[in-house]
Design a protein around this ligand. Structure first.
Ligand code: 5GP
Length: 119
């Protein structure tokens, strides 16, 4: 995954630390440093540097499935699935995307507020 110069690329390459809680052949999961819920984990593709969801190509579609499945597996393993959880992908400015390496947020651990309210 050479050439990815984002913060998350550095985490993949272990150049900066992260609290890694999930890893498989395609996906890395680590704790968000500014959690928006009691459980807030970020899931990223390890081998492809895709800046935003809008850049995803049809032949890369399985990657999003892998991110979702990783989040679901982690939630199940942590005993969070029964109470429930939310997964979110922010795309660009209006969604508040700040790191341009495709990632999925898993939010859980409490009843979550509604979402999508314009500021
Ligand atoms: P976005 O806003 O792009 O959808 O999500 C990026 C997320 O990365 C944010 O929730 C933010 O808190 C998180 N984040 C920013 N810097 C770091 C960092 O250095 N380490 C970790 N683990 N998360 C970070």
């Amino acid at each position: 995954m050479a050439g990815n110069d984002t913060l998350f690329g550095k985490i993949i390459r272990r150049e900066i630390p992260a609290s890694i809680v999930y890893e498989d052949d395609e996906v890395l999961g680590f704790l968000d440093t500014a959690p928006q819920a009691p459980v807030h984990v970020l899931f990223i593709p390890k081998h492809e540097a895709i800046p935003t969801l809008d850049d995803l190509q049809p032949e890369q579609a399985q990657l999003v499935g892998r991110l979702v499945l990783a989040a679901a597996a982690h939630a199940r393993a942590q005993g969070l699935a029964e109470d429930g959880y939310r997964v979110v992908i922010n795309c660009r400015a209006d969604a508040g995307q700040t790191v341009f390496h495709l990632h999925l947020h898993l939010l859980a651990g409490a009843a979550l507020g509604r979402f999508g309210t314009p500021e």
